[in-house]
Design a protein around this ligand. Structure first.
Ligand SMILES: Cc1ncc(C[n+]2csc(CCOP(=O)(O)OP(=O)(O)O)c2C)c(N)n1
Ligand SMILES: [Mg+2]
Length: 560
């Protein structure tokens, strides 16, 4: 059990029921409970309602590192980056009302990407909540508002309730389908002192393998499939199930198509590992498709998608996701790690040895890589980044031209080293998310790719990078435009471009002004060198790359 530094064990009281309590403020109870649940870093932006919590963080500054960004959106993005790259819970703390509203684009992104983020929020004074008197930062129904982008949100109004509040939040954020949670504590509760019983950390969730009969049926179908195909999503990474996935794929000699959010589950050096371009080809000839940890939305809805005579087996931790987008033959509600392990055991029992498909699949990869390389500058730049980045380097993508290409064809070699905003498509999330990633992985290179539009959303966080010495590398591709919008206006609206031009600062001067290293690269080879130098220098870095207008990647790739 954790104690706050100022207090000694002798200060403990023992209640009539025999449990040990300590006299703590709500703030101390909060911080002790976060530490008990393994929080070692919190991305937090202060304000008067949180003073009690920040003072308790001061006392525990050896146990919890506080990173304060310049805007609440970055606090929550950083917590998401921390969570997605580690598999641990990412914690942030923001003031109520506008502070929490500022954090919501990041929370909606974490919600879309099933990321375990805990957002601690302030409130107004406890006895005035929902009176609408216009207190500082008051908004109506804060809990109800945040429930739409969290799986669980709850408030405590006395210090003794706080350890339970935190314990439940951790059980929820890690249990089942991982998604952000919010807890909120009013300022008077953070300041009040009471006898508090601290609690042990929330138990880790049990992993369930799924209904044995469904697993048997799935194993039989897969073992007898002529051309089995695995479609693997972010759930496999969230569950840490990459070894189990690989074992099943090897047994079946089944190609594994990874969605953008699922990239890295199998190294792209493995012949079985295929990107979406491979998926489009392989889907056509597959007879049994096993979808795991994915909403399976593209194959279910795209022109190139599934056809009625294909057998689909879907495994997901959330029963509601199964068959949401297409009917399935077998539904398996399971944690990916446990479910894949069980399924692989059954498949091994049932199946004959299959001839290796590596020659054929490597050939497919080669031809698709050539097609992807033909896209234009964005392909060349993305591949230059890949060449400069070691296998364990972490790449944070964005809603920018190089990012669209990367979702299809950027090779990824290790799990949890490729991060996207998922179906939220949240412009501006990349740079701040990468800072949370780098805080969690100081010894691995971390790169975000940003358009000049998206980078502007959070460029003030260059100050956070410099102040906290976060040695991430931010690349800004400049085309003086919300390029994607401009291209659509040019191609589909007869060139009537509106609200899509941008006026850029001088990025080298900008870097200089914020005290981070600034570089410039105007060709793929130069970018590669700039990244290699930046990785060696291991310092907060901004690299500006004038990419200009580029072709529509989807048309060149033939996917739209
Ligand atoms: C939060 C949010 N606001 C708006 C958009 C719409 N949007 C998608 S791409 C884009 C332009 C992005 O411009 P930039 O970051 O410069 O990337 P480029 O396409 O030029 O490479 C916009 C405005 C979005 N996806 N997300
Ligand atoms: Mg742009």
């Amino acid at each position: 059990m954790i104690e706050t530094r100022e207090r000694k064990a002798t200060d403990r009281n023992v209640t009539a029921t025999g449990t040990a309590t300590q006299e703590l403020t709500g703030g101390q109870a909060l911080v002790a409970s976060l530490i008990a649940n393994g929080v070692d870093t919190i991305f937090a932006l202060p304000g008067v309602q949180l003073d009690g919590a920040f003072d308790a963080l001061y006392a525990e500054r050896e146990a919890i590192r506080v990173i304060h960004p310049r805007h609440e959106q970055a606090a929550a993005y950083m917590a998401d980056g921390y969570a997605r790259s580690t598999g641990k819970v990412g914690a942030c703390m923001v003031v109520p009302g506008p502070g929490l509203l500022n954090a919501t684009a990041a929370l909606s992104t974490a919600y879309a990407c099933n990321s375990p983020v805990l957002c601690v929020t302030g409130q107004i004074q406890s006895d005035l909540i929902e009176f609408g008197r216009g207190l500082l930062h008051e908004i109506p129904n804060q809990l109800g508002m945040i429930r739409s982008v969290t799986k669980h949100a709850e408030r405590a109004t006395t210090p003794p309730e706080i350890p339970g509040l935190v314990q439940r939040a951790f059980a929820e954020v890690r249990g089942g389908r991982q998604r952000p949670v919010e807890i909120e504590i009013p300022p008077d509760t953070l300041f009040a002192t009471a006898d508090v019983e601290l609690l042990p950390p929330a138990a880790l969730p049990e992993r369930f393998a799924g209904d044995p009969e469904a697993l048997e049926q799935a194993a039989r179908l897969l073992a007898n499939a002529r051309r089995p195909l695995i479609w693997s999503g972010g759930g496999v990474l969230r569950s840490g199930a990459w070894d189990e996935l690989r074992r099943l794929a090897m047994l079946l000699q089944a190609p594994v198509v990874m969605t953008a959010n699922g990239k890295g589950a199998l190294s792209d050096r493995d012949p079985l590992a295929q990107n979406i371009l491979g998926g489009i080809e392989l889907l056509r000839e597959a007879d049994v498709i096993f979808a795991v940890g994915t909403r399976f939305v593209d194959p279910a809805t795209a022109k190139w998608g599934v056809v009625p005579d294909q057998t689909i087996i879907q495994m997901d931790i959330d029963a509601e996701e199964i068959a949401r987008n297409t009917p399935v033959t077998v539904a398996i509600e399971a944690d990916a790690k446990a479910g894949l392990a069980a399924l692989a055991d059954l498949v091994k029992r049932d199946s004959r040895e299959r001839p290796a498909r590596s020659t054929e699949l490597e050939e497919l990869k080669r031809s698709l890589a050539a097609r992807a390389r033909a896209v234009g500058p964005q392909a060349e730049y993305a591949l230059a980044i890949r060449e400069a980045l070691p296998d364990n380097g972490i790449f944070v993508s964005e809603m920018t031209q190089v990012g669209y290409w990367a979702n299809f064809a950027f090779p990824v070699y290790e799990p949890r080293t490729y991060i996207t905003p998922g179906y939220q498509g949240t412009l501006g999330y990349g740079f701040p998310t990468s800072l949370g990633v780098k805080v969690a992985h100081p010894d691995q290179p971390v790169i975000s790719i940003n358009g000049d539009g998206g980078f502007g959303f959070c460029l003030n966080e260059l100050a956070t990078m410099a102040l906290h010495g976060i040695a991430a590398i931010a690349i800004v591709f400049t085309d003086d435009a919300f390029g994607n919008v401009r291209r659509i206006q040019q191609e589909q609206f007869g060139g009537r471009t509106i609200a899509s031009d941008l006026l850029n600062p001088d990025y080298r001067k900008l870097a200089d002004a914020f005290g981070v290293a600034g570089r410039h690269a105007d060709a793929p080879g130069k970018l590669r060198t700039a990244i290699e130098e930046s990785v060696r220098a291991d310092e907060p870095t901004l690299i500006a790359v004038p990419i200009g207008q580029v072709p529509n990647p989807w048309t060149v790739l033939g996917v739209r």
